[in-house]
Design a protein around this ligand. Structure first.
Ligand code: NAD
Length: 244
């Protein structure tokens, strides 16, 4: 990964923070992106104090002007973009507020598109890689997450459509579909009876750990994946093949 410049959106927590730290440890120059830069500054400081290279940039992925401004400030080549920023909400589709539905789609789908579009304009001459973080909920459904599941299914299809359009520029577009990964945000739920039952339905009978995503992520970012584009990689302990 050394000598690659890699942008990670939604780098202020969870998967995005983890991806930024491991890629920096691999030797990449990491650009950490999120709406609020306070937390990003702290992560970037940790990375640079550990000998890595990190830069912080502010961006709201739902705002075309914000996305364009951030890309216009880049002063060198960009090799990889990890489209990780995402939100979820849960509840019955019967009572879902249309504004909440919009905000899930604005972040998870339009945000991925806006960032990918700017990235591709930047990479058009040099080639590069875009990794979209979708979800197994983009490939199968669960109750109470209709907007989220639909937005991630759209990310899967967007990934394939962009891979087709941009292969001619040497730009690879792939998607990572994590299963249920334990993070501080969902730890409480997985400690409940409902959470434990959900884990029992995963063939490997355990939640994913952040580190389970490292090797697939590194593959999609690396030149070793030069002949991979439009690929959708699930990392889920077999959850997608659980018995019906
Ligand atoms: P998280 O809430 O910890 O992180 C999401 C990040 O996105 C945060 O840094 C947040 O600030 C950022 N973000 C949200 N809206 C933004 C916007 N408009 N502009 C810029 N940044 C914005 O969640 P997470 O669990 O780390 O999820 C990261 C990604 O992984 C998401 O796309 C999520 O759908 C996906 N995912 C997570 C899991 C899981 O189990 N945690 C499973 C499958 C997929």
């Amino acid at each position: 990964m050394s000598a690659k410049t890699i942008m990670v959106t939604g780098a202020s927590s969870g998967l995005g923070e983890h991806f930024s730290r491991i890629l920096a440890a691999d030797g990449a120059r990491v650009i950490l992106v999120a709406r609020r830069i306070g937390r990003l500054d702290q992560i970037a400081r940790d990375i640079t104090e550990g000998g890595g290279s990190a830069r912080v940039m502010e961006m709201d992925v739902t705002d075309p002007g914000s996305v364009e401004r951030t890309f216009s400030k880049l002063d060198g080549p960009l090799d990889v973009v990890i489209n990780n920023a995402g939100i979820s909400n849960s509840g019955s589709a019967l009572t879902q507020d249309p504004a909440d539905f919009d905000s899930v789609f604005d972040t998870n789908l339009k945000g991925v598109f806006l960032v990918a579009q700017q990235a591709a304009r930047h990479m058009q001459e040099t080639g590069g890689a875009i990794v979209n973080v979708a979800s197994i909920l983009g490939l199968r459904v669960a109750g109470g997450v209709a907007a989220y599941a639909a937005s991630k299914a759209a990310v899967v299809q967007l990934t394939k459509a962009l891979a087709l359009e941009w292969a001619r520029y040497g730009i690879r577009v792939n998607a990572l579909c994590p299963g249920y990964i334990e993070t501080p945000l969902n730890a409480d739920f997985f400690a409940t009876e409902a959470g434990r039952k959900l884990v029992q339905r995963i063939p490997q009978r355990r939640l994913g750990r952040l580190g389970d995503l490292d090797a697939p992520l590194r593959l999609l970012c690396s030149d070793g994946a030069d002949y991979m584009t439009g690929s959708i990689i699930a990392v889920d302990g077999g959850h997608l093949v659980s018995s019906l």
